[in-house]
Design a protein around this ligand. Structure first.
Ligand SMILES: NC(=O)c1ccc[n+]([C@@H]2O[C@H](COP(=O)([O-])OP(=O)(O)OC[C@H]3O[C@@H](n4cnc5c(N)ncnc54)[C@H](OP(=O)(O)O)[C@@H]3O)[C@@H](O)[C@H]2O)c1
Length: 391
């Protein structure tokens, strides 16, 4: 019997939270997965350690001075390592002839060009960076269809929907229901939210993630971004995309079919499950983490998400209804607002205020090209930064 070839993986964002979980999945399946390239922004020391551990021959470093520092310390990398620099370096890694699948887990929208490069090279794309689809989903999905590549969602909710929806006609789907943990403030009284600090927001009850997504979980912008991502990935109308609070993060999402049947995907709250599903797809194998133990007592609770308590969720719904470039404006303004909150320049409740103000100012156009999307993204960041500086 022939041994199946290993899938060769490029991992962009290798030093982050998703990157770390991905490395655990790859380490658990040395017979099925091989890491052929990694990249990050500045943390070249950690990249060197990963390259040593997994014998990775190609390493991308976005930041120029970190790249130069790494070049001066080539001894830290395995012998013969090739270093790549900047966004062009990430694009080159995404197109390596020896790669089968690229996992994009770079925070924010920086991964857009490498994601498009992956698709253009005809490789499967495992996508963790939800911001990419919110910014340019129409173009990314069209390219993926044109090149007939698989776009495999890594976000746990979309991966869950993907698993529930597979084999069913889109016309049979009534709605998708994304679950939300509720983030750090789900049990805080409303009046305390005004005083919430970055340290408070970064204390997520269920997940250990990077700072941007952890703050997004606290505002529920994360769920807003995910509703937009779901609409784009699964070709749904805004009214078919819903969110429900589920504090245990065990049900990762549900799909309701037209006959009223609900299918859900359950597993413990660890990103190794969706990452493994995406990397090995369509194969299945024992996971890097233990599955749910149904003999242990646990409960599953669901409660409605209240848009009045979570203005970022209300705004997400509004931008989905507005369509065109509104989600891209929401995303860019949110990135500026979250960075300002983390730097303690604005309070927690200043995040939705800045996003709403920006949405009311930047005209919602209908970009005809990727260049127009990127120009809108830049303009939105300029406007939001100006509001920030004139507060
Ligand atoms: N964490 C989760 O559980 C989770 C779940 C679902 C979706 N996601 C999505 O996955 C993405 C990554 O999230 P995360 O939590 O893993 O973030 P994170 O822990 O902050 O890690 C971000 C990673 O991106 C790298 N990076 C940042 N800017 C870069 C650039 N310009 N060029 C190349 N690499 C760059 C960082 O490198 P340095 O270390 O050098 O800065 C790091 O490896 C986000 O879009 C998030 O929404 C995350």
């Amino acid at each position: 019997m022939s041994v199946p070839a290993r899938k060769r993986v490029v991992l962009l964002g290798a030093t982050g939270s998703i990157g770390t979980s991905t490395l655990r999945v790859i380490a658990a399946h040395p017979d099925k997965l091989e890491l052929v390239a990694i990249a990050a922004c500045t943390n070249w020391e950690k990249l060197a350690a990963i390259a040593q551990e997994f014998a990775v021959p190609r390493v991308g470093i976005f930041d120029a001075s970190s790249h130069d520092a790494a070049r001066r310390s080539l001894d830290a990398f395995p012998a013969g390592t090739t270093l790549y620099r900047g966004i062009e370096g990430l694009e080159q890694l995404a197109q390596l002839p020896e790669a089968d699948i690229v996992l994009v887990a770079v925070v924010g929208t920086t991964g857009l060009r490498p994601a498009l490069a992956t698709i253009a090279a005809g490789k499967d794309l495992a996508l963790a960076s939800k911001e990419i689809l919110v910014l340019a989903g129409k173009f990314v999905m069209a390219e993926a269809r044109r090149q007939r590549v698989r776009l495999l969602p890594v976000d746990s909710e979309h991966n869950a929907v993907f698993q529930c929806i597979e084999g069913h006609a889109t016309s049979d789907v009534a709605r998708v229901i994304l679950t939300a943990s509720g983030g750090a403030f789900r049990d805080w009284p409303d009046e305390r939210l005004a005083l919430a600090t970055p340290a408070d927001a970064l204390r997520h009850p269920n997940w250990s993630m990077g700072p941007k997504i952890t703050v997004d979980s606290a505002t529920l912008a994360n769920k807003g971004l995910e509703l937009i991502e779901a609409q784009c990935l699964f070709g749904l109308r805004p009214e078919q995309c819903h969110a429900v609070l589920h504090p245990q993060s065990i049900v990762h999402s549900l799909v309701e079919f037209t006959d009223g049947a609900l299918l859900a995907q359950l597993c413990p709250p660890s990103m190794t499950f969706p990452i493994q599903h995406a990397l090995l797809y369509p194969q299945r194998a024992p996971g890097a983490d233990q599955p749910l133990d149904l003999n242990r007592l646990f409960s599953l609770e669901f409660r409605p998400c209240e848009p009045q308590r979570f203005p970022m969720l209300r705004l997400a719904r509004e931008v989905m209804e507005a369509g065109r470039a509104a989600p891209a404006i929401y995303n860019a303004a949110n990135e500026i607002a979250v960075a300002a909150f983390l730097e303690e320049r604005i309070p927690f409740l200043g995040i939705p205020r800045l996003v709403e103000q920006t949405l009311q100012t930047v005209p919602i156009c209908d970009p005809a090209s990727l260049d127009e999307v990127l120009a809108l993204d830049a303009e939105t960041r300029r406007v939001a930064t100006q509001f920030l500086n004139t507060r």
